[in-house]
Design a protein around this ligand. Structure first.
Ligand SMILES: [Zn+2]
Length: 65
């Protein structure tokens, strides 16, 4: 070994499915007696709520597929 191993660059891209907005709150009914709006938080199914996806290997190797 000749020194510390350089960190491997992890190439991530903004998720093309949700454009980085990975979670959405969806109202699930009318306001209750206290005025609270019940919501469901739904994550993007492609990136599982992270907003980013790993770059395809083809793009890491210069775009050749
Ligand atoms: Zn996404």
């Amino acid at each position: 070994m000749t020194g510390p191993t350089p960190a491997t660059p992890i190439s991530v891209r903004i998720c093309p499915n949700c454009d980085g907005f990975a979670s959405a709150a969806i109202s699930s009914g009318p306001r209750d007696a206290h005025g609270h709006l019940p919501t469901l938080t739904v994550d993007c199914p492609v990136c599982d709520g992270h907003g980013t996806v790993l770059a395809p290997a083809a793009q890491l190797t210069g775009g050749r597929a």
